[in-house]
Design a protein around this ligand. Structure first.
Ligand code: MN
Length: 511
């Protein structure tokens, strides 16, 4: 919201503030039907009445917060229940209006979503155990209805954007929690729009020094790159024209500061070797055109070796699809990255799972995709949360699976399997099936015989050999990295130990 508007809202009465806010908000819900708009307007009114003249730490009327959060969700094009619930998300906790009061006015869905968000906000972040509890609740909420998480992410994003009004000692904690919990969740759900915004808003509070350095260092580099990219863009558009290539648009996209920071940390490469600092994105209509464009680009620019990544053939775990290629322009000598994708992929790339609820798009048949194996990790984490274990253990296991980078490997039938980075052939075996893991004897990686503790790389094709006589050994615990495999091996060894003890007891009794 522009600062002058905010000032205006602060200086006027609540009625006026509500009215002005409504005028700001209304254009964002233009994609709904009349009935839906009416329902959202009712939610808006109830929200204004319930919060009354409550204020934010900034001095602004409280009602600016739910409205700004709802606008974020309108950008994704979410459904009317989600938007209404977002407007009402702080009502039960912060006002005298209760959930059952809301139930009189709104349908089950809206109330269910508000309740979901309210439950999540009960936990304040304090140390590791709270952190685990927070996560556990997030996963349970997610498994019931992902829209609760969308609201929570928008809520958090707006709070981060107004974080300078919060006490300094609290800022770091909130921003850190955002990077450690909210970002990985947005990432796994493929909502890179929210992931990027949350990262960027948290960055200056978690790493103030690095942030300052990154901004001053990359500003000039980005400006320079943007100029080069503009020239190349025109060049490419000409090439496409000459070759009769059908496409929607070519756009230059500058990487966000936090992404650059992360990439430099991870790759240890200097700024001038980050080739996607400003990337060129080609958006087209179908997959065939994507490959045609790749071929055309490669015939005009020299591809840099080993820099073609085909996420169309092998999507990322979160569903992201695109072809990335790094090329060299022979005229300027500049090295830069192209990302080629269809319109549909573009939408997933930004909104991920959330685009499944998107109202703006005709219903596509991706339901299976999201509810199938790509979202299996959510139910796995929920199961994990139901097991009896200490907070510490839970956190360790969840971190193992969620907070490490993942690789993508294939079965001999070309079924993609996703594993955390550093996973072994034995992890793979357990991922296929518990029985395969327990009886695994050796592996074949890309056709070569390999030991079960061999570390896997992206794109490896793995075959596991089994023998009924084989069973888990103590050593195996050193060979695996995934929570599922660790659990299975431990349980097996425990069972054997118990059995042996029972047998000993029996012998003693008989003796
Ligand atoms: Mn809130």
């Amino acid at each position: 919201m522009p600062p002058d508007l905010l000032k205006k809202i602060n200086s006027t009465s609540l009625d006026l503030a509500g009215q002005e806010l409504w005028e700001i908000f209304r254009p964002h819900i233009s994609y709904f039907t009349k009935t839906e708009k009416n329902m959202i307007e009712l939610a808006f009114e109830q929200m204004v009445i319930a919060h009354g003249d409550q204020r934010r730490k900034s001095g602004a009327f409280y009602i600016t917060h739910p409205v700004c959060a709802a606008i974020i969700l309108c950008k994704i094009g979410l459904d009317s229940d989600t938007i209404a619930a977002c407007l009402l998300h702080d009502v039960p906790e912060d006002t005298d209006v209760s959930l059952s009061d809301l139930a009189k006015e709104f349908g089950y869905e809206v109330v269910f979503l508000v309740e979901g968000v309210t439950k999540l906000s009960g936990i304040k972040y304090k140390g590791e155990d709270r952190y685990a509890e927070n996560l556990r609740r997030m996963f349970v909420a997610m498994s019931k209805d992902l829209r609760v998480i969308f609201i929570k992410l928008a809520d958090r994003l707006h709070n981060l954007k107004t974080l300078e009004h919060v006490k300094p000692e609290k800022r770091y904690r909130i921003a850190l929690e955002s990077l450690e919990i909210y970002v990985p969740i947005a990432e796994r759900l493929g909502i890179s729009y929210l992931r990027g915004e949350i990262e960027e808003a948290s960055f200056p509070f978690v790493y103030p020094e690095e942030y300052k350095k990154m901004v001053s260092k990359s500003e000039i580099a980005i400006q320079k790159r943007t100029k080069t990219v503009e020239i190349i863009k025109k060049n490419v558009e000409n090439v496409f024209k000459k070759n009769n290539i059908h496409y929607e648009k070519v756009v230059g996209r500058a990487k966000k500061y936090y992404s650059i920071f992360k990439k430099i940390e991870k790759s240890q490469k200097p700024l001038d070797q980050i080739y996607d600092l400003v990337a060129l994105r080609v958006v087209t209509y179908n997959i065939k055109e994507c490959y045609q464009i790749l071929a055309t680009l490669h015939s005009h620019f020299e591809p840099v070796e080993d820099r073609v990544k085909d996420y169309i053939a092998k999507p990322k775990e979160n569903g992201y699809q695109s072809i990335h290629t790094t090329v060299r322009d022979s005229v300027t000598g500049a090295i830069f990255e192209f990302q080629i994708r269809t319109r549909k992929m573009q939408k997933y790339a930004e909104f991920g799972v959330a685009s499944h609820w998107s109202y703006k798009e005709e219903n596509e048949s991706d339901k299976d995709f999201f509810e199938g194996k790509n979202m299996k990790w959510i139910s796995e984490l929920v199961d994990l949360g139901r097991q009896k274990m200490s907070e510490d253990d839970y956190l360790k296991r969840v971190k193992l699976d969620l907070f490490t980078d993942r690789i993508f490997v294939m079965t001999p039938n070309n079924d993609p399997i996703s594993l955390p980075e550093g996973a072994s052939a034995l992890d793979f075996a357990y991922k296929i099936h518990q029985e395969v893991g327990q009886h695994a004897t050796m592996a074949k990686i890309n056709g070569e015989i390999a030991k079960l503790n061999s570390k896997l790389k992206n794109g490896d094709v793995i075959e596991i050999f089994t023998d009924k006589k084989q069973s888990p050994k103590w050593d195996w615990l050193d060979w695996v990295n995934t929570a599922g495999a660790i659990k299975n091996i431990r349980n097996f060894i425990k069972k054997i130990a118990l059995k042996e003890e029972a047998q000993k007891d029996n012998k003693v009794k008989k003796g």
